[in-house]
Design a protein around this ligand. Structure first.
Ligand code: ADP
Ligand code: TRP
Length: 351
């Protein structure tokens, strides 16, 4: 059983079908047989969300959406980052073993800097807080998207630096005899297996299929081409009906392989629906147009998403329960981080 964790920011975006298939459900799968936790990274969201009420609401909304998808009885621990008392203290400790030169290489910082000449220090320090999020709980592996690869590498760099800088102390405290028996040995090498923090592994699934959006490009918030999981029925219909197709008419033969409607139906539809649409596409004079196919997709999506949407509605009516869930999650994770902090504060010489 491995300890795995991932974080999601609460910057106000709606969860869409691409997120569901590419991140949310794969994490649920990765959690099977492991000790898994997911948190809403509201401290990270502070870099861009500057309205307290908005941030609070958005954080709660993300929690509700995850609970709606995973179910309230999920074994995955769900918590709010800012409920973890010692996380910023750990971040500060790590800040002092993180080279400035490493931070300057962060893509997230360079991108933000390119767009905005006066970025805040939260953006600059973002990867250090992320390292604290992971190593504070002695995590083995972190399922993330491709865009987080460099952050995970930075976490590993920070771990190596910390272990190297404090290795002698650590060895002295824990295994003094070993070190003196082998003077000159690389006391910080992994081979000794006594490094304070372990290097977390990134789990990045290269094979995860990219879901197309309504314009055929990758479904993404930034292209505004997404179908939201919790959109109301009117919006869902509007989005589906505006899927871009070629201009073939109801009686023309159509190419299922290049059709966005079919690609989405293959993911969310029943075999019968998929087969039926494909068969109609191949039949000349079928009297079956893209509009008909869209209605079938709409029906499939409505059915697929119904349980998630119902559970979200129920949770919205029971916010106290959601808060209790988050508190219970925080209790578990606070206890874990506190155990690490007890050792680490001793090691670095603070209280
Ligand atoms: P967006 O492109 O909408 O900003 P994010 O970058 O916030 O999406 O996505 C978070 C995660 O959701 C990504 O790491 C990726 O795993 C998954 N994801 C997003 N869009 C898609 C997509 N179109 N197909 C498959 N997975 C996706
Ligand atoms: N930076 C991540 C993102 O933008 C969110 C995040 C914060 C995270 N802390 C983390 C992800 C720790 C994994 C582990 O998506």
């Amino acid at each position: 059983m491995k300890k795995i964790i991932t974080g999601v920011k609460s910057t106000g975006s709606t969860m869409h079908l691409g997120n569901l298939m590419g991140a949310v459900l794969p994490f649920q799968k990765a959690a099977i047989g492991n000790d898994a936790a997911i948190f809403i990274a509201d401290l990270h969201s502070l870099t861009s969300v500057k309205n307290g009420k908005t941030l609070e609401e958005q954080t709660l909304e993300v929690a509700i959406e995850y609970l709606a998808i995973y179910g309230v009885d999920t074994p995955i621990t769900i918590f709010r980052q800012s409920d973890i008392h010692a996380i910023t203290k750990l971040m500060w400790i790590l800040t002092n073993v993180t080279p400035y030169s490493l931070m300057l290489r962060a893509h997230s910082f360079k991108d933000a800097e390119a767009k905005n000449s006066d970025i805040n220090m939260g953006v600059f320090n973002y990867p250090i807080l992320m390292a604290a999020d992971i190593i504070g709980y002695q995590i083995d592996a972190v399922p993330v998207g491709q865009d987080q690869r460099q952050h995970l590498e930075m976490t590993r760099d920070i771990v190596r630096n910390f272990n190297k800088i404090y290795a002698l102390e650590w060895q002295n405290n824990i295994e003094e005899k070993d070190w003196f028996r082998n003077p000159g040995r690389e006391f910080f090498s992994n081979e000794l297996g006594k490094d304070f923090f372990k290097e977390p592994e990134a789990i990045i699934d290269e094979k995860v299929a990219t879901l197309p959006g309504i314009d055929g490009r990758k479904m993404s918030k930034s292209y505004d081409n997404f179908i939201g999981i919790f959109d109301d029925e009117k919006l869902l219909k509007k989005r589906v009906m505006s899927i871009v197709t070629d201009s073939k008419g109801v009686d023309d033969i159509k190419d299922a392989d290049t059709c966005t409607i079919v690609k989405l139906l293959e993911v969310f539809g029943k075999p019968l629906q998929i087969d039926m649409v494909k068969e109609r596409y191949q039949t000349p004079n079928a009297g079956f147009g893209y509009g008909h196919a869209k209605l079938i997709l709409l029906e499939a999506l409505a059915e697929y998403l119904r349980p998630y949407r119902e559970r979200r509605t129920n949770l919205l009516g029971n916010l106290e329960f959601v808060e209790q869930k988050l508190e219970a999650g925080a209790k578990i994770m606070n206890a874990r981080l506190d155990a690490t902090m007890e050792q680490i504060t001793k090691l670095v010489g603070i209280h």
